[in-house]
Ligand binder design. Structure first.
Ligand code: GLN
Length: 489
């Protein structure tokens, strides 16, 4: 077994026991990257030299007898919308093609304090708008389990790298499902924390009231450790929570006896893929065997969540993306005068989906339509939140599929954006409510494509969803399977 196949917690122990060196590990993961990248194309920037230098620094520390922290010397990848000082952060957009942030996002500062090895920046849908990574202005990423299929999105590069072994862990961001859905499509664990649990400072904003950074990892233990590192209040993000951060890794026990699990009937929708439904239901039945209690619940406003999200997110995006005007940030396309320059810049350097969302958002916010669309969407958002508040009076966690289908084919959804928006049916409602959600691998479709079980928790109760996921993980071995890189069907 090669080193890239192991999760971070195993590699950490091997480093601490001096069974391996960080340089050996980094070289193995870089070799894996070289073997797979031609087909998978998860990365936008690979920082090979600094990665090896970071590994060597860790080895010196270990040799001198110093203790190492959890992530020390362990190679990972960062979604390209998280600002990395001195390393390009493009958001997979032409408009930020040469943007090198002069500062680190708070999550990067927290990570760097642990001295991990940063392998580079990974692909995504442009400005995180999409669910397939096909909206990247550079290239699509391929699903390591089936190369002609998408890895999901928008954190598709993060999920594909972890699945392919070209990273041991990764950070992504989730505004409407962008950590969980690619995790599900690529057979890895993805956690979207409660809104405010992790600082958004230095995350390039898509929809500020929904965005949240979180980990993608090989297993639940790694996800818990990663959350330990990145969670917590940050004075640079006034929406970050001041609630104390528990030790999430400590919370991982196999005990789910008496846990009340709600199954929302609205999440098992008619259009759902048969393999997804069967696999997810089989996973949930394991909880029954472990002594949990399963209850059918209703989240009655679920049907409105997608329309609500696709008004609120574009409205916020239209506002956030105003700053790319050819002057303050990013690239410029010249024109005869100022207005022409800005028009040229924005029409030529934003991709089609980004322009579509800016149009929808500005329309929804314009005088005359504001009340009918934006304000109404905010009201419905409150109803979606109230559904969860009611449900969590009866249950401790909610379980559902992460996505209604396994990974679809590249190009399959590109002609019809609405079809792609419908993919988000099980993921966007909890972003609207600000709740935490996790996707854990729970099996495969008849074609061998990974399927994810989604576990949704109460606000700031990541510990319970991680524990529930961990208990399930102990009953099977899907998390040990590495993607086979290939498998065209
Ligand atoms: N698919 C959703 C969208 O396109 C979610 C994206 C995300 O979470 N960043 O908006």
């Amino acid at each position: 077994m090669r080193l890239y196949e192991k999760p971070a917690h195993v590699l950490h122990d091997m480093l601490a026991q001096k069974e391996i060196t960080a340089a050996e590990l980094t070289r193995d993961v870089l070799a894996r990257l070289d073997e797979t990248e031609g087909q998978v194309q998860a990365y936008l920037t690979v920082t090979r030299e600094s990665a090896l230098a970071q590994a060597e620094a860790v080895d010196k520390k270990i040799a001198s007898g110093e203790e190492i922290s959890f992530l020390e010397g362990i190679p990972g990848a960062i979604k390209d919308n998280i600002c990395t000082k001195g390393t390009k952060t493009t958001c997979a957009s032409k408009i930020l093609e040469h943007f090198v942030p002069p500062y680190d996002a708070t999550v990067m500062e927290k990570l760097r304090a642990q001295q991990p090895v940063i392998l580079g920046k990974v692909n995504m849908d442009e400005f995180a708008m999409g669910g397939s990574t096909e909206n990247s202005a550079y290239h699509p990423t391929h699903n390591p389990w089936a190369l002609e299929r998408v890895p999901g999105g928008s954190s598709g590069g993060s999920a594909a790298a972890v699945a392919a072994g070209s990273a041991i862990w990764a950070l992504g961001s989730d505004t409407g499902g962008s950590i969980r859905q690619p995790a599900s499509f690529c057979g890895v664990v993805g956690l979207k924390p409660t809104y405010g649990r992790v600082s958004r400072y230095g995350l390039v904003a898509y929809a500020s009231s929904l965005d949240q950074i979180g980990p993608l990892a090989r297993d639940v233990t790694d996800a818990a450790h990663l959350l330990n590192i990145i969670a917590g209040h940050d004075e640079m993000d006034s929406t970050s929570s001041t609630a104390p951060v528990p030790d999430y890794a400590q919370a991982l026990t196999e005990d789910v006896k008496g846990l009340k699990i709600g199954l929302p009937k609205e999440y098992f929708t008619e259009g759902m893929d048969g393999d997804v439904e069967k696999t997810v239901r089989a996973a949930i039945s394991k909880y029954k065997d472990m002594g949990a209690e399963i209850l059918e619940i209703s989240l009655p406003h679920t049907a409105y969540a997608i329309s609500t999200y696709y008004l609120i997110a574009p409205a916020e995006a239209a506002t956030n993306l105003e700053r790319y005007d050819g002057v303050s940030y990013g690239e410029r396309v010249d024109g005869e005068d100022l207005v022409q320059m800005m028009t040229n810049t924005r029409t030529q350097l934003f991709g089609e989906e980004v322009r579509r969302r800016i149009m929808i958002g500005n329309y929804a916010l314009s005088a005359g339509y504001y009340d009918a669309y934006y304000l109404k969407a905010l009201k419905v958002r409150t109803l979606v939140q109230q559904d969860y508040t009611e449900a969590f009076k009866q249950v401790d966690v909610i379980m559902a599929p992460t996505a209604p289908t396994p990974a679809f084919r590249l190009g399959e959804m590109m002609a019809d954006p609405l079809q792609l928006y419908l993919q988000d049916v099980c993921t966007v409602p909890l972003n609207l409510a600000g709740l935490p959600g996790l996707s854990v691998p729970c099996g495969y479709s008849s074609k061998g494509l990974p399927i994810g079980l989604q576990i949704i928790g109460k606000a700031l109760d990541e510990a319970t969803i991680l524990r529930a996921a961990y208990a399930y993980e102990q009953t099977q071995s899907f998390h040990n399977d590495m993607a086979r890189i290939g498998g065209n069907d």
